[in-house]
Design a protein around this ligand. Structure first.
Ligand SMILES: NC(=O)c1ccc[n+]([C@@H]2O[C@H](COP(=O)([O-])OP(=O)(O)OC[C@H]3O[C@@H](n4cnc5c(N)ncnc54)[C@H](OP(=O)(O)O)[C@@H]3O)[C@@H](O)[C@H]2O)c1
Length: 350
């Protein structure tokens, strides 16, 4: 029986969507998902279409959500510069809290989804393994501004907050600007279709740097753990699979799954070389009887270029979450292969 009500902002995202599935499986949550697209409500899940950038629209549509006990904030607005990311992403969070706080007297917790940008991972080689209490870096950085906003609001509030800092998140989701597993799956499938070997397209140093991943299911579990574990109140946690790897060792394993030969890396911009592959994709959809998915929805080439340019270690220390009691572990190779197999089973890739 539902005893808690979760409001998930960013319900159609790779993170929010997987979180909703996790909450639904747990069985004791009523779930309300927020996104502009909305979705079909079923069982304990209700989708609400709302533009969180529109303060009025948000206030009106959220005014009846008096039973919300937990807000899980994972909405995201993409922009082309770090500075431009700040205003819309802070505004959306502010609009949700401003709408819910006055109407939901039993609000217990606000969970904020962050990432390694807090540590400056997007700017260049940063101090690794990054720890939650590392010193801040030069703004602008929207995750930091969002956390500061929550901390200011918390001063006179009964609710607690937590912040989750995943590495690159791997999961299934369509139409997302940040989805590495889809980038790799579609890049590999098109390589195979064209009869070319599987080449790592990133910077030379990125092939041999250390990296780690965060499985979307593990992240969902950690997010709910941090939101409901009394000791985790008002804390930030790095959340990763628990292992690390170099693309130089992972690439051949992914190639084997797709039955592809590996050739030496060749630095190329995926945004450029994959831009003209829409017709090939459409032909593959017809030839292999795939689920009809527009090329723009399966690919996030810009994000692939971003991640594959990290010619420095991208590693965070996860001992804090373990000390506080979160012990789930995922093997990153097994995770990739499981996601690819799921995509195949769903006829999203050949
Ligand atoms: N993906 C990763 O690898 C990764 C890694 C580390 C950290 N993070 C962080 O995690 C957070 C979530 O990322 P994500 O990858 O899950 O994002 P995402 O896949 O792009 O999802 C964003 C969600 O926000 C919703 N949204 C966007 N604008 C909206 C608006 N104006 N009103 C209502 N809903 C809106 C989108 O739905 P609609 O488009 O239907 O509105 C979607 O549901 C971000 O802060 C990101 O930086 C992500």
């Amino acid at each position: 029986m539902a005893t808690k009500t979760a409001l998930v902002a960013g319900a159609r995202g790779v993170i929010g969507g997987n979180l909703i599935e996790h909450l639904d499986r747990a069985g004791d949550w009523k779930i309300i998902g927020l996104s502009r697209r909305g979705g079909a409500s079923q069982g304990s899940i209700r989708h609400l279409a709302v533009d969180l950038l529109d303060r009025e629209d948000t206030a009106v549509k959220l005014s009846s959500l008096t039973g919300v006990t937990h807000i899980f904030y994972a909405a995201y607005q993409d922009r082309t510069s770090w500075a431009e990311l700040v205003p819309p992403n802070v505004a959306m969070l502010t609009n949700v809290i401003d709408a819910i706080e006055p109407v939901a007297p039993h609000l217990e917790h606000i969970s904020l989804m962050q990432g390694y940008k807090v540590y400056g991972a997007h700017l260049g080689a940063f101090s690794t393994p990054a720890r939650e209490d590392d010193p801040p870096h030069m703004p602008p950085e929207f995750n930091v501004d969002q956390q500061q906003f929550l901390q200011r609001r918390k001063v006179n509030a009964k609710w607690s907050w937590s912040a989750l800092r995943p590495s690159v998140v791997a999961g299934i989701g369509l139409g997302n600007p940040m989805n590495l597993a889809m980038v790799i799956a579609v890049y590999a499938s098109i390589s195979k279709e064209l009869g070319v070997p599987f080449r790592f397209p990133g910077k030379p140093g990125a092939y041999t740097s250390l990296i780690e991943m965060t499985d979307s299911g593990l992240l969902a579990e950690a997010t709910v753990w941090a939101a409901t574990n009394p000791d985790s109140r008002n804390q930030a946690f790095n959340i990763t699979n628990g292992d690390m790897f170099r693309w130089s060792s992972m690439w051949p394993k992914i190639a084997a799954f797709f039955d592809l030969d590996v050739a030496p890396p060749l630095q190329m911009s995926l945004s450029d070389v994959m831009a003209d592959k829409s017709d090939i994709w459409d032909a593959m959809v017809a030839k292999h009887a795939l689920t009809k998915t527009p090329y723009s929805d399966v690919s996030s080439w810009q994000f692939g270029d971003f991640v594959f340019a990290w010619d420095y270690d991208v590693i965070a220390d996860t001992s804090k979450s373990r000390r506080f009691g979160f012990h789930t572990y995922v093997d990153s190779e097994a995770m990739f292969l499981k996601i690819f197999q799921n995509l195949r089973d769903q006829r999203m890739i050949p």
